[in-house]
Design a protein around this ligand. Structure first.
Ligand code: URA
Length: 236
């Protein structure tokens, strides 16, 4: 059981003081009854509404974002706009962060959450959560590139990558599957093959696939099915 002002403030949409004002003016109901005191306590199962609109009181939030180019995958940056700038004010106050990073010029699937434990589990190297990317390069992919990716590319700094998939889709286009996430990894793998990347889009992250109905810059909450799959992938 939690106090109603705490429940409302916990959504990130209102401060405790704003929540108290909503209650005082009779705009809050719990299971259909107007809540009159900010000290009143309710269980997590109570259906809380503000102005008739049901309020999500889930502990954590999970959003699928179609990251556009030009934003950095961070919560704050002294110089560049971040992916959080795409969210409305109330969702910028609840501690969301990108689970993993995409380069500023990379587009595609980015998971935003405030569930640190799940993000940590998904990103742990031993978990081997696959990620797939659409890659376009300057130059032509050939069979030798496929084999080199399979065997493990050696980067310019000597790091030997884990085996990765490269499936050719066109002369200069491929779907690449990675099991790890080193800094600029695909760009450096392709550079090692003499083929600079000119376009990079993440298509999948573990069990999540980019919802192609989301235009770049758009986002939506994960569905219950996606949540279940993600929990399985994170070992929950
Ligand atoms: N590999 C890269 O080089 N950049 C990304 O953003 C993701 C994978």
């Amino acid at each position: 059981m939690d106090r109603i002002d705490k429940i409302l403030a916990g959504t990130g949409r209102w401060s405790r003081r704003e929540a108290a004002e909503l209650i005082r003016t009779g705009r809050v109901t719990a299971d259909g009854d107007v809540v009159s005191r900010r000290e009143d306590k309710f269980p997590a199962s109570a259906l809380i509404r503000v102005d008739g609109e049901p309020i999500s009181t889930e502990k954590y939030t999970y959003l699928m974002l179609h990251k556009p180019a030009g934003l950095v995958s961070a919560t704050e940056d002294p110089r560049e706009p971040t992916v959080l700038s795409l969210l409305p004010e109330h969702l910028r106050r609840i501690g969301l962060f990108p689970a993993g990073r995409l380069d500023k010029d990379t587009v595609g699937l980015l998971l935003l959450t405030n569930d640190g434990a799940l993000a940590h589990a998904l990103l742990a190297p031993k978990r081997h959560v696959d990620k797939t990317y659409l890659v376009r390069v300057e130059g032509i992919f050939d069979e030798r590139d496929e084999r080199a990716f399979q065997e493990g590319i050696t980067l310019a700094d000597g790091y030997v990558c884990l085996p990765a998939g490269l499936e050719r889709l066109g002369p200069s286009e491929a779907q690449v599957t990675l099991r790890e996430g080193k800094y600029h990894q695909i760009k450096r793998m392709c550079a090692a093959r003499g083929k600079p990347v000119i376009f990079l889009k993440r298509l999948t992250f573990g069990p999540l696939s980019l919802d192609e109905t989301l235009a770049p810059g758009q986002w939506r909450p994960l569905t219950a099915e996606e949540m279940g799959a993600l929990g399985d992938a994170g070992g929950n």
